[in-house]
Design a protein. Structure first.
Length: 202
């Protein structure tokens, strides 16, 4: 199923000159991975600390875009500049989950969405990434199948944040936004698990 992940190669091509300069400066893939997580935690903390303010919500799409760029950069530094490592693999996966939780859970403080739906989405997002990593054990490699992978979740969460900041979520719809994203995330996890099981059976 097509997802925004299919756009990653074109995005990487645009970043490649910058990545080359960063590598020449001694910037490490692991350092970039950690920076992406710190940025995500900072953006989420701003919402959690100031739930009555709308302005911090505008930080979410900015932080999500920067996180996507940093995630692409750390991968390219690892693969194309000889920085791949087992530590980097662990950092990449763990920091991704930390970043997701940091930017999703603060929405539970916003009364229009309802805490349980936000928590359900956070858990489903983590399960989706876990199912993707288990593709390695299943012999099919890291699985990025959709319909609601990391890039798609980032776009959706960014849209949710902007509309919430602008006060445009209708009261009748807002409580269903995060449960819907949780459902799509669970479907994604199921697709990734099914792919691993099919590979094993085959």
């Amino acid at each position: 199923m097509p997802t925004l992940y299919a756009l990653k190669p074109a995005f990487q091509d645009r970043l490649r000159p910058l990545v080359g300069k960063l590598a020449a400066m001694g910037v490490t893939a692991n350092g970039v991975t950690i920076l992406a997580a710190v940025l995500s935690v900072a953006a989420g903390a701003a919402i959690a600390v100031l739930p009555e303010w709308r302005a911090p919500l505008f930080l979410i799409p900015v932080a999500l875009f920067l996180r996507m760029a940093l995630n692409a950069i750390d991968g390219m530094l690892a693969r194309e500049h000889g920085q791949a490592s087992i530590l980097g693999m662990y950092l990449n996966e763990i920091c991704d989950v930390i970043s997701d939780l940091a930017m999703i859970l603060p929405f539970a403080a916003l009364p229009q969405f309802g805490g349980w739906g936000v928590v359900a989405f956070a858990i489903a997002a983590a399960l989706t990434e876990f199912a993707g990593v288990l593709g390695i054990a299943a012999g099919i490699g890291r699985n990025y199948a959709g319909p609601f992978g990391k890039s798609d979740r980032a776009l959706a969460l960014g849209v949710v944040a902007v509309l919430a900041a602008a006060g445009l979520w209708p009261a009748a719809i807002a409580p269903f936004v995060f449960p819907a994203m949780a459902t799509l995330s669970l479907l994604t996890a199921i697709n990734r698990i099914r792919a691993g099981l099919t590979a094993k059976v085959g």
